[in-house]
Ligand binder design. Structure first.
Ligand code: UD1
Ligand code: CA
Length: 453
């Protein structure tokens, strides 16, 4: 059995008042379109077809290999949009699921239910409805005495009695493929709007005395459609709660889920606690027993186990186990903090590795550097890594001690056990176990190493 989805995404999304095509507006880190494509995978067996129009180049670029795109030009309504897939799909699929790309909360399971309903329906198609007090401009479902669907009436043509109908058209349909192509041809242009409405396909079936079934959905939240940015924020809040609940059910604690913003796809291990006002974005993976937040933003970062991260901003970083950070620390791309690193307030690290047990308590910038295990970075230490043209490396050995307010003018190497005096401006390499002081720093003494591994 072949099942193919047609996703309608050609509309302008006028009510969004945006230069970005509506279906590319993000929800919990991924475009609306991604969410629908993801859900449809559960119920379909073939590559979906996305109908594009407004903003077609951008939408096509985003879709890439995930679907076949067909241009609808001009955009003459939802039935006309579905028709554009005929050339690609005729004779190649048994069932067609048609849905709108602005319904990003629908779950894969819901599409599967719709397909199952249609498979046992003697009639040509089934559709998804929801019972709700707030109609949100959705089409109303008119039922016949026998319970089958008689019509979908759009709000602007509905009579006052029809407007009171609580059963709404969600915008997901499952058709017998061969019937669909013929029926689409029979839909007439809507006299008021000059468009061909997919919803009028109900009448085509009814005229031929064929039964149209409906799956009544009980979760109104899942059927939030997005026409305005207000809807977008409502969908975002709903999806956020769905994501957070799933993490909590998997063993993650959240003090305040409402102020915890986690993108779809972020992974978190059990017994990790997420404190309020924390954002976890992109390709982020967090291990077990960590305490993250409050007031922390993490993007595209991997974190091991047993770390504490307080009020910090991390992007493109890797943290191993037992790392203790913040408040007010910042990690940028390529920061790698190995186990037991301590990084206190007002530090910034980018493109650098801090090996096991490095301590960097206060006010420091470390860029393009490697800091050996157990080395202490004194308050105010800076790697002067940029000479106006190039980024130059700094390499510091193990068990070194960098005095407060040291300037490390790269390229530079400091050996194991090296020390710098407070305020040193280091311009030349420092051998192992050597103390340098002053500006420019010069060696004054060979040292006995205190810290032993
Ligand atoms: C539509 C339904 C309505 C349903 C509601 C649920 C119709 C006529 N009405 O109304 O019954 O309750 O969705 O969300 O179908 N599109 C195209 N090409 C076009 C026109 C639209 O691809 O020529 C796409 C849009 O990009 C959008 C989808 O179809 O993703 C639905 O269009 P939209 O204008 O949002 O329909 P609604 O007014 O929401
Ligand atoms: Ca819509």
């Amino acid at each position: 059995m072949k099942v193919t989805a047609i996703l309608l995404a050609a509309g302008q999304g006028t009510r969004m008042k945006s230069d970005l095509p509506k279906v590319l507006h993000p929800l919990c880190g991924k475009p609306m379109l991604w969410h629908v494509l993801e859900a449809l995978q559960v119920a379909t067996t073939e590559k979906p077809v996305v109908i594009v129009g407004h903003g077609a180049p951008e939408v096509e670029k985003y879709v890439g290999d995930a679907a076949q795109c067909v241009l609808q030009e001009p955009q003459l309504g939802t039935a006309h949009a579905a028709m554009q897939a005929e050339a690609l799909l005729k004779g190649k699929t048994d069932y067609v699921i048609v849905t709108y790309a602005d319904m990003p909360l629908l779950r894969g399971e819901t599409f599967r239910q719709l397909l199952e309903t249609q498979r046992s329906n003697p009639g040509p198609f089934s559709l998804l409805t929801v019972i709700a007090d707030d109609p949100r401009g959705f089409g109303r479902i008119v039922r016949k005495a026998d319970g089958t669907v008689e019509a979908i009436v759009e709000e602007y043509v509905a009579t006052p009695e029809q407007r009171d109908i609580k059963e709404l058209n969600v915008g997901a349909y499952c058709f017998k493929a061969e019937w669909l192509w013929e029926a689409l041809q029979r839909i007439e242009k809507n006299p008021k709007k000059g468009e061909y409405y997919l919803t009028d396909i109900v009448e085509v079936a009814v005229k031929d005395h064929l039964p149209v079934q409906a799956v009544v959905h009980d979760d109104f939240i899942e059927t939030i459609g997005i026409n305005t940015r207000i809807h977008l924020s409502e969908a975002e809040a709903a999806l956020r709660m769905r994501i957070n609940r799933e993490h909590m059910l998997n063993g993650v604690s959240m003090m305040d889920p409402v102020s915890t913003y986690i993108d779809v796809g972020v992974k978190i291990g059990r017994d990790t606690t997420i404190l309020p006002n924390t954002d976890l974005h992109g390709n982020t993976t967090i291990g077990e027993r960590n305490v993250i937040g409050p007031n922390t933003i993490i993007r595209d970062t991997t974190i091991g186990n047993d770390c504490k991260i307080l009020a910090s901003v991390l992007e493109g970083a890797v943290l191993e186990d037992d790392v203790d950070m913040g408040p007010f620390a910042r990690l940028r791309k390529g920061a790698h903090l190995k186990s037991r690193v301590h990084m206190g307030n007002f530090g910034e690290v980018k493109d650098s590795t801090l090996h096991e047990g490095v301590k960097m308590g206060h006010f420091s910038y470390i860029g393009n550097a490697s800091i050996g295990a157990r080395t202490n970075i004194g308050a105010g230490t800076i790697t002067a890594n940029y000479d106006g043209e190039r980024k130059n490396p700094t390499e510091i050995g193990e068990d070194a001690f960098i005095g407060s307010d040291t300037m490390l003018v790269a390229p530079l190497k400091l050996g194991d056990g090296a020390r710098t005096g407070a305020g040193a401006v280091v311009t030349k390499n420092v051998p192992d176990d050597t103390l340098v002081v002053g500006m420019p720093a010069r060696a004054i003494r060979k040292l006995e190493r205190k810290t032993k591994r």
